[in-house]
Design a protein around this ligand. Structure first.
Ligand code: HEC
Ligand code: HEC
Length: 137
């Protein structure tokens, strides 16, 4: 009986450790973006990338560096930096786009990147940084 009880304790300990490890593996640390003001702060990396590529890059016919500034000490982009005015304009445009969908299309909870959006960046931009006819003279 004594041995059995010891065995039971060991089994429970092993099970606890295994379950804890499994929980850690299946629940990876979410990506932490540090400077989101319009998108949800807990947005997943797949969803954010989808917005940056499909809505912004393709919608405006530009690449990431149109809005994102270079990092100071490398040739990589510093995605959290607000140094480029285009990024700030993009935020204004995001709020405007959400506003149009909410106020005029009457969508309840419009989110950039959501398939339910009726008006998107592409509705006006059609693959151009300035919608046709609005380029500065
Ligand atoms: C038209 C402008 C625009 C383009 C093009 C663009 N982005 Fe962004 N990006 C933004 C804006 C605006 C934000 C901040 C959104 C907010 O405040 O909610 C952002 C945020 C990000 C962030 C989060 C940074 C942080 O930590 O806060 C990442 C990562 C990112 N963009 C990657 C990319 C990549 C990769 C590309 C190219 C495939 C790209 N972006 C193209 C405008 C742009
Ligand atoms: C209702 C139409 C409309 C929608 C929707 C729209 N835009 Fe725009 N956007 C414009 C117009 C018009 C201009 C030119 C404004 C000007 O002449 O100053 C512009 C300009 C911009 C610029 C500045 C371009 C430059 O080279 O300086 C950026 C960046 C931009 N839009 C990003 C976006 C993003 C990102 C979205 C989606 C979240 C979006 N826009 C949605 C109409 C729109």
């Amino acid at each position: 009986m004594k041995i059995n009880r010891k065995l039971a304790v060991i089994i429970i300990l092993i099970a606890t450790v295994t379950l804890t490890a499994a929980a850690t593996i299946s629940d990876p640390e979410p990506v932490r973006y540090t400077n989101l003001k319009v998108l949800p702060k807990n947005i997943g990396s797949k969803e954010l990338q989808g917005i940056m590529v499909d809505d912004f890059q393709d919608g405006l016919g530009v690449t990431c560096n149109f809005c994102h500034a270079n990092a100071k000490d490398s040739r990589k982009l510093d995605f959290a930096s607000d140094a480029k005015p285009e990024k700030q304009i993009a935020r204004v445009m995001m709020r405007m786009t959400l506003g149009i969908n909410k106020k005029y299309i009457k969508l309840k909870h419009p989110q950039i990147g959501n398939a339910a959006l009726v008006v998107t960046c592409n509705t006006c931009h059609k693959g151009l940084p300035f919608p046709e006819g609005t380029e500065p003279k």
